[in-house]
Design a binder for this molecule. Structure first.
Ligand code: PLP
Length: 393
């Protein structure tokens, strides 16, 4: 379609703000000049503030979230180490596969897709680990495939209860920069994200924040690593440089995003995402459909995964939304392929844009035979947005 804006509502990549696009649209510079360190330092210090850490050290790699998973594990663990990981969606599944490929022994806690990671089950496993064989706990904070947010503070409490030394590794790929994330308060040892979701940038950066313990773990970690080395990165970052040619355009964008987000403030960022996602949830309820998330308290504010009725192919609705209405919705992944569609509420969007996405989803659902009263979801979301005045916060 040639006219109007495409409605990008997948849960990443998210819409990039104009201001950030402009910040990236600039000539290359010499990344070894004496002016460069001030730029690097501004980014690294902004990243610490974003993840709410004073001691955590950020590492910015040319990669994606998957590369950041690998960097986090390979710099801190050794082949044969046991790690504990709840599996409750596609991204926990993929991280487990990556950990196995690195030679780790993954002790999987199986859960239903749509549940949050169970702190009780993690606690039980840690309790039985008298030999302290478990070296790390891998948790996906926000399961983008099911639209579920887990309680990382409760996981820290489980570790503390048994004084267990395992590293707490948290995938914040669809949470950091959007949902509450407190690296220091939650005692997170490795926090991970990519650039294309809450950070509202194009894909291409894999970012890891490592606690002092995680940084120290490098000395014993024997997984082979070549490109993703904390030590090389830290040595160069110390002087304000990178060990290789950094992705300059993305870094210019990142600096801009950090300025925007930190000026907005953590609470306002969280409230914005909560507001936008609640409008979507009101629409889903008005349609008479169910969330993939098993309970309301765990439903994510960055992505809403919606179950379609039995006999309906969610992928067909997504394709109609794309072809007929110029709207990109997220598809169901893995076990929930064809059964859910997802609406992302990250990035440069506002209430009216969400209403457009809800309208498009509603039309596409009706087109594939879902019995929805026309306008019901849009009306419910509109009335919710009318009732909330963000300026009054
Ligand atoms: N973790 C989560 C929670 C994700 O949502 C994604 C991507 O959607 C990833 C990891 C993988 O990130 P990437 O696609 O940037 O490699």
């Amino acid at each position: 379609m040639a006219y109007g804006r495409h409605f990008l509502f997948v849960p990443g990549p998210s819409n990039v703000p104009e201001r950030v696009l402009r910040a990236m649209d600039r000539a290359m510079v010499d990344h070894r000049s004496s002016a460069f360190p001030a730029f690097t330092r501004e980014i690294l210090s902004g990243l610490k503030e974003l993840a709410r850490t004073t001691e955590g050290q950020p590492f910015v790699f040319s990669a994606t979230g998957t590369g950041a998973w690998e960097a986090a594990l390979s710099n801190t663990l050794s082949p044969g180490d046991a790690v504990l990981a709840p599996r409750f969606g596609m991204f926990s599944q993929l991280w487990i596969t990556l950990a196995e490929r690195l030679g780790l022994e993954v002790r999987v806690i199986e859960q239903e897709w749509g549940e949050a990671a169970s702190a009780d089950k993690v606690e039980e496993a840690l309790h039985h680990d008298k030999a302290r064989a478990i070296k790390a706990v891998l948790l996906v904070h926000n399961e983008t495939s099911t639209g579920v947010t887990s309680d990382i503070g409760a996981m820290r409490a489980a570790l503390d209860k048994y004084d267990h030394p395992a590293l707490l590794c948290v995938d914040g790929v669809s949470s950091i920069g959007a949902l509450e994330f407190r690296m220091d308060d939650w005692g997170v040892d490795l926090a991970i994200t990519g650039s294309q979701k809450g950070l509202m940038l194009p894909p291409g950066l894999g970012i890891v924040w490592a606690s002092t313990r995680a940084v120290a773990a490098q000395a014993q970690a024997e997984i082979r690593r070549a490109y993703f080395r904390f030590d090389d990165m830290a040595a160069s970052n110390e002087g304000g440089y990178f060990p290789y040619t950094p992705p300059l355009s993305l870094l210019y964008g990142l600096r801009e995003v950090l300025q925007m987000l930190l000026a907005e403030g953590h609470e306002a960022i969280q409230a914005r995402h909560a507001r936008l996602a609640e409008g979507v949830r009101r629409a889903v309820k008005a349609w008479g459909l169910e969330l993939c998330a098993r309970s309301k308290g765990i439903a994510s504010n960055t992505v809403t995964a919606v179950r379609v009725p039995d006999g309906i192919d969610a992928a067909a609705a997504i394709d109609i939304a794309f072809r007929r209405y110029d709207l990109s919705l997220g598809g169901g992944l893995g076990k929930v392929a064809g059964k859910v569609f997802r609406i992302g509420t990250m990035g440069d969007i506002n209430e009216l844009m969400v209403l457009g996405a809800v309208a498009g989803a509603e039309m596409a659902l009706r087109d594939v035979g879902v019995r929805i009263s026309p306008g019901s979801g849009v009306a419910a979301a509109m009335e919710y947005y009318r009732s909330i005045d963000p300026a009054a916060d």
